[in-house]
Every structure is written in C-alpha cells, then in structure tokens.
Design a protein around this ligand. Sequence first.
Ligand SMILES: [Zn+2]
Length: 334
Amino acid sequence: MTDPQIAIPSRAPSATTADDTVMPFEVAKLDLRGRVVRLGPVVNEILARHAYPQPVAKLLGEAIVLTVMLGSALKIDGRFILQTQGDGPVRMLVVDFIAPDKVRACARFDKSRVTAAIESGDAGGTTLLGKGHLAMTIDQGPDMSRYQGLVALDGRSLEEVAHEYFLRSEQIPTRVRLAVAEELRAEAGGAQHRWRAGGMMVQFLPKAPERARVADLDPGDAPEGTAPHAVEEDDAWVEGQALISTVEDVELIDPSLSSERLVYRLFHEPGVRVFRASPLRAECSCSRANVEAMLKSFSQDDRDHMVEDGKISVTCEFCSAYYEFAPADVGARI
Ligand SMILES: [Zn+2]
C-alpha cells in the first residue's frame, strides 16, 4: 500500500468548477471513502422547470443531491429511486437516478399548507415532510428483484435520515452534508435566479470491521432509566466526522471552488486521493412507448375512466412532456 502522506495528492488540484459532477475520494489514513456532488445547470433545470414554491424546491434539491450521491456509488445497471411519503405539506418527493448519469425529480405538495407554512415562518424541510417514511429502491429491470430500504421520517432532516439508513441497513458509519441555494445574478433583462446544490458524504470503512462499531440508536421504548448504549468511537472516525462537519454550505455550492480543492481543503493533513469525476445530466426517461406500456398495465376499468373528450392524455410529472392516445391504442373503451 502506498503511503498516503507521500503519494497524495498525485497532481495539483484543478482550479476549475465542477458543476454537474460527482467525484469519489479516499482518505486512506482515516479509512474514509467519500463522494462530492456539485450541481449547477442540472439542479437548476429540474427545479426551474417545475416552479415549485421556494422551500419545496430547496427540499427537492437536497433530495436530488442525496440521490445522486447514493445512486452513483452503486455499481448498477438500472435505476435508484429515492421517494418520501409523509403527512406534511409536501406529500411526496421522488428522485430517480438512472445509471450512469441521468437524474429526474418531482414533488407533490398541498399548496395551501405550503403557503401557510411559509407565512408562519416554519417552512424548513423537516416541517414540510412531516411524519412518514423515506424509501430507497434499486430497480434493475423486470427480471431482477427490487431492493428496498425504508427509514422513518419523523421530524428529522434528510441528512439525519441518511445517517440512520446507513447505520441500520448497512452498518456503515456515514456522515452526509447537503446544501441548496438560489443564486441571484444581475443580467440583461433583470435579475436571474439560478439554483445550485452540493453535497458530501464520508463513510468509515476500516479493514477490521470491529473498528466501525458505533453506539446503538436511541432505544426508544426501553424502560426508563436504561443507560444509553455507549461505544467509544474509533479515533479515525472521530477525526473524519470532525473534518466533514467543518464544511460550510457556501463551500458546497461555490461555483468557483472545484471539488478537488474542496476535499483538499478539508483533508490535506491526513492526505486525500481523488478519483475521476463523472458527469451528470438532467434527463427524463419517459417515452411514448413507456407511457403506452404503463397505460396497458392498468385495469380495464381504470383505462376506461381515463378517456376524456375521446382521448387519453398523460403529462409526465417529471418533465411535463405531453402524450396523447386514441382509446383503442391502449385498449380503453369510450
Ligand atoms: Zn418525462
């Protein structure tokens, strides 16, 4: 094994921006693996197209960063879907990452409850989501079994929910940072709003698995007086968490700070190795053939009820593409 102190970094950090990329990195000395996601035009295209209320857009932006971060780490040929369902003003968020580089997203929300939340000054992500669950699904096609992980949403941020997911399902100590912001730029024709987003994840993956032990989660319904489960955390993981906790939102979204410079700024002391960044695109996977197949999978009764003015019309919730079918095309009766 090469000595990280000597071998890293292997070249000078790039000074250029890293918009719409995900870049893996490794801090060998601390047994950390991580990824940095930086989104410019991709997140702006998705959020601007939907024109959601600002707090809804910001929350969906966080979900997009988290999905890209997790989905791009899976070596799959297929789709990684993150979906929330809750009783808050935002009923549902759906983000699809289609390997290797496509992302699409949409939200369903109750407009009057979102407006009320904004007016009351409490439109943060945890309020908007309410209680419910977050599901992460890996879909590798009809012939493969789907894998689904579920975490409760109970007034916690998406960052906290991600930590719990990794602790419970994968037993990997993980820290995630997510940031979304709206950038205002003076341009001909007036101020232009643009969405930007970024995130970072580090995971503690020591060769000896017993080093990755962490305290159990809050026992919840344990009898009163039960001492919380305490485990002394590994020094390397303590240091790794301390370092990622210093990342500021503004660094994650700064268009002039490259991902390489960002991780170098944080981890230059233990030494960090960066891997090739991969590009990301905002692109929907809907098509006339897909929509037709979906309609044909509905019951006869459902199809019949979809006929309006002698036709069936479907608008893609992700990208607003509009599809129109004659009832006979999909076996519906007028
Ligand atoms: Zn679409």
